[in-house]
Design a binder for this molecule. Structure first.
Ligand code: FES
Length: 105
């Protein structure tokens, strides 16, 4: 089973391959920040610290939300905040292998 860890903590979770990141952690008692749980509000945004290749590619809904989030971050926090970062939505991202991430506040 793939292992998912939260950067800066000792938290490590074994998750079902192909499972949605948010759901997999929630099932184990780890409640991540969230809103709509359908990929449109962006509240569950995370930065993938390592293992981005182990997440299934973002679909249309997630991609659209990520695009607007990146625009918002660039505007409010500057280009450096988003450059080189892999941002995903925990409520949409499906896990295929080891991943380390941290929520973006
Ligand atoms: S909770 Fe709204 S996009 Fe994930």
């Amino acid at each position: 089973m793939p292992r998912v860890s939260i950067d800066g903590t000792e938290k490590v979770f074994e998750v079902k391959e192909g499972g949605i990141l948010y759901d997999s952690l929630s099932d184990q008692g780890e409640e991540l920040p969230h809103g709509c749980l359908s990929g449109s509000c962006g509240a569950c945004r995370i930065e993938v610290v390592s293992g981005k290749e182990n997440l299934q590619p973002a679909g249309v809904i997630e991609s659209n939300t990520l695009e607007s989030l990146r625009g918002e971050f660039t505007e409010k926090r500057g280009k450096d905040f988003v450059e080189g970062k892999t941002i995903r939505l925990a409520c949409r991202a499906k896990v295929n292998g080891e991943v380390c991430f941290k929520p973006i506040k």
